[in-house]
Design a protein around this ligand. Structure first.
Ligand code: PLP
Length: 429
């Protein structure tokens, strides 16, 4: 094969097909990041930005943490990876499973590793269905999820999604086995379970705080009520803590913050702060016991990189940092500060409302009046040295690293306020 003539070749950057983007629209504005330190990142031209989102909700301990880089290098030199299928193990995977079991809101769990959050979601759906099959209740196959929910991009996760735009137009047949209820209405869950009959419902999937759907905190009492509904109907409760895990609410898991004990807990992102991809499912004893029965046979599911040693070593170093630098307490302090500062932005023209829970926030803009406003705000913020993005079409995301300083939090909110004012005045001016 002869290489194309240089003149015919598109510039190197244009070979990168960006996720969640229109291929036509991203080439002109491509931003190349080359370095990160704490809650800031630097582009190839030397400009530093405040990272308002901790990348995609994951850099909990911030960027450029040398102890994680060292742990990765050391593990890679020793043994980068080996399958954990069958009876194979490695010390990093075993130690991480042990630590996660200690941190989880579950007395005696088992940990199943995946390569990321979408894998964790699809693993959980298969685990749930296998659980009921093993229990002899093969009709218990319906999975209920919430409106506005996001559960990753794999097949089952796409079917679960409450963000309609994520499953329309991608060949996903409307699946009668996946049912959605309004995100804020525990009574609706009870009614759907009653209508279908509890013996048809396998599980209810819930993000304790809705993330990509726009940062919607649960209404007071919602999570304990749905947990109670599930328990009394024998329906498994699955908490998708891919975003909320590892400190976002000041606890290791939001399930603990809101007082629920899910049967399955899904994690990814913050487990390694994103230094290496990793995710997984923490299964309560009530679930894994059924799989441990001598007659159960194999759970024929897993990934090449389940229990990847480098990823698990990165996670162990990340958990150590969260503890040693007392970053969960720091996240709680920042969350309180955000809850004070963010509501002031609700007064700005163009802002419809603000929402926050833990160290997660969203500024919802008036897209009825001005559909292009959110993207303009994000562009304006970038020009002012703040990186953020639009979630669910109308909101600007805030989910900074826990190492954000007080001064940086002030700058973040002030610069976003300025960006909103500037972007809004373009329309009206
Ligand atoms: N679940 C939730 C709640 C998420 O927010 C995400 C990703 O943002 C996922 C699952 C999917 O995780 P991943 O992108 O690592 O596959």
């Amino acid at each position: 094969i002869s290489p194309p003539a240089a003149a015919d070749r598109p510039p190197a950057a244009s070979r990168l097909w960006h996720p969640f983007s229109s291929l036509g629209g991203t080439r002109a504005s491509e931003l190349t990041l080359v370095e990160g330190k704490g809650a800031r990142v630097r582009d190839k031209d030397g400009n530093w930005y405040l990272d308002a989102t901790a990348a995609l909700w994951y850099a909990n301990v911030g960027h450029g943490q040398a102890p994680i880089a060292d742990a990765i290098a050391e593990q890679a030199r020793r043994l980068a990876a080996y399958s954990t299928f069958g009876d194979m193990s490695n010390p990093a995977a075993a130690a991480l499973a042990e630590q996660l079991a200690d941190l989880a809101p579950s007395a005696d769990p088992m940990v199943f590793f995946t390569s990321g959050g979408s894998d964790a979601v699809d693993t959980a759906v298969k685990m749930v269905r296998r659980f009921w099959t093993l229990r002899g209740e093969i009709d218990r196959s319906v999975i209920i999820s919430r409106g506005l929910s996001y559960h990753g991009m794999h097949g089952h996760g796409t079917s679960l999604a409450g963000i309609a735009a994520n499953n329309a137009g991608y060949g996903m047949a409307p699946d009668p086995e996946f049912v959605r209820v309004p995100h804020d209405d525990a009574g609706a869950l009870r009614r759907v379970i009653d209508e279908l009959g509890p013996s048809r419902v396998a599980a209810f999937f819930v993000e304790p705080i809705i993330g990509a759907g726009g940062v919607y905190p649960p209404p007071p009492g919602y999570l304990t009520e749905v947990a109670q509904i599930c328990r009394s109907a024998g329906v498994l409760l699955v908490a998708d803590e891919v975003v909320t895990g590892f400190g976002r609410t000041g606890d290791w898991f939001a399930s603990a913050s809101y007082g629920i004990e899910p049967d399955l807990l899904l994690f990814a992102k913050g487990v390694t702060s994103g230094y290496v991809p990793l995710g997984g499912v923490i299964a309560d004893r009530g679930v894994w016991e059924v799989f441990a029965d001598a007659t159960a046979g194999a759970f024929r599911h897993g990934y090449t990189y389940s229990g990847h040693a480098v990823a698990c070593a990165a996670a162990l170093a990340n958990l150590r940092l969260l503890v040693e630098q007392d970053l969960l307490a720091r996240a709680a302090v920042l969350a309180e500060e955000l809850a004070v500062r963010l509501p002031r932005l609700a007064e700005l023209p163009g802002v419809r409302e603000v929402r926050c829970a833990g160290l997660l926030g969203a500024i919802a803009l008036d897209t009825v009046r001005d559909p292009a406003l959110p993207e303009r705000v994000v562009r304006q913020a970038r020009a002012a040295g703040v990186l953020t993005r639009v979630i669910n079409g109308d909101s600007v995301q805030l989910s900074p690293a826990f190492v954000l300083t007080d001064e940086q939090l002030g700058q973040l909110v002030d610069r976003l306020a300025e960006a909103i004012t500037a972007a809004d005045s373009v329309r009206t001016g």
